[in-house]
Write a protein that binds this ligand. Structure first.
Ligand SMILES: [Zn+2]
Length: 367
């Protein structure tokens, strides 16, 4: 059963693409798009999405602290504990340390959760998604009301990930791409870090931070330097119908607005500059589109600094997320926090980092 909040919030596929599939997909694809759209309308109508307000944030923090203390006492705070559930066949579930499953989506989701956990632990000393050692739970072959589901999302209510299968022609399985797994995990990290309200600029920042870390985690897995990386989200997700000359993935941090262009799914409309900022009521204020602007700012900083993106640029973003004390941040406010954090880096990199961060935000028109 689908929880009310599961889509289209925190989903990897933008509603923009869903609209195009509704216009030009096959009957099967259209049926799915129709369901996604209805759900979006329902959520929009009844949305009193102010749960990120102070009271909720305080409660979440207190609960987390309790869990942290409990795990610290038991000595399990650093431990990785994965649970991957196969919605089609429970015999193929895989628990931490268990045998390889016969299902490739299960194994893939299991391995990705391991890489993501290691990345946050080694590079940021973060103990799992909530920084309190929580289990990493994911469901693969996820369906809604027994219907196909071409998407992946962070399920805020169940605090777990759901991966749909894709239809095979537009989308391949969502559990087979590390950037998608990472993007959805980071929605969880943001959730437990004070949150960024999922609408307008704070919502676009929420989406962007997920893409930024997703890209870094892929680079970390490949041990690839910033200047050599593709900076594409969802490279493995597009099916044979749309991949190739017309598409490299779902989003590009290097060149927002160029990731795909095909009659079935439409064109990537992400702006890379404030001049192209999209004002819309759709998608909580265009959160999957306007995220292109902070995405590109991060790309520019990481490239200017060189080396591994997660070492300096990544530190600026992570520390900014940890210190942002308000869930309604604008791009400008976020830019200010990142400059403050650049200023706290070690002396040998500090001046370059501050200059590059400020310069990047100017280049994308935020400052
Ligand atoms: Zn998302």
């Amino acid at each position: 059963m689908c929880q009310e909040g599961c889509s289209p919030m925190y989903c990897i596929v933008a509603p923009e693409m869903v609209n195009n599939i509704l216009d030009s997909g096959t009957p099967r694809q259209k049926r799915w798009a129709e369901r996604m759209k209805k759900k979006a309308e329902r959520i929009r109508e009844r949305r009193e999405q102010k749960e990120m307000r102070e009271e909720e944030r305080k409660k979440r923090k207190e609960e987390k602290e309790k869990r942290r203390e409990e795990r610290q006492r038991r000595g399990t705070l650093d431990q990785l504990n994965r649970k991957v559930i196969d919605a089609r066949n429970p015999a193929r579930n895989r628990m931490e340390g268990g045998n390889t499953s016969e299902d490739e989506d299960v194994n893939s989701a299991y391995d990705f959760a391991g890489i993501i956990h290691e990345f946050f632990l080694k590079e940021f000393n973060r103990k799992s998604i909530d920084d309190a050692g929580m289990d990493l739970v994911a469901t693969v072959h996820y369906r809604e009301d027994d219907e196909e589901f071409y998407n992946a999302f962070w399920d805020e209510k169940e605090t777990s990930l759901k991966y749909g299968e894709g239809d095979g022609s537009i989308f391949k399985s969502f559990a087979r791409d590390l950037t998608i797994a990472a993007h959805e995990h980071v929605h969880g990290v943001i959730h437990y870090s004070g949150g960024l309200l999922y609408e307008n600029q704070s919502g676009a920042l929420n989406e962007s931070i997920c893409d930024v870390f997703a890209s870094m985690i892929l680079q970390y897995r490949n041990q690839e330097e910033a200047r050599k990386a593709s900076w594409v989200i969802g490279e493995n997700i597009l099916g044979k119908v749309v991949k190739g000359s017309t598409g490299v993935g779902l989003r590009s941090l290097r060149a927002p607005g160029t990731a795909y262009n095909h009659k079935r799914i439409g064109r990537d409309l992400q702006p890379a500059h404030m001049d192209g900022f999209i004002k819309t009521k759709e998608d909580f204020g265009g959160v999957h589109l306007n995220s292109g602007i902070p995405n590109h700012a991060f790309f520019l900083i990481a490239n200017a600094l060189g080396g591994n993106s997660w070492e300096n640029a990544g530190k600026i973003w992570y520390n900014s997320l940890m210190t942002a004390d308000d869930s309604l941040k604008t791009f400008k406010e976020w830019a200010g926090i990142t400059i403050d954090q650049a200023n706290k880096l070690p002396r040998n990199i500090r001046d370059t980092a501050v200059f590059s961060t400020e310069h990047a935000w100017k280049l994308v028109g935020v400052l």
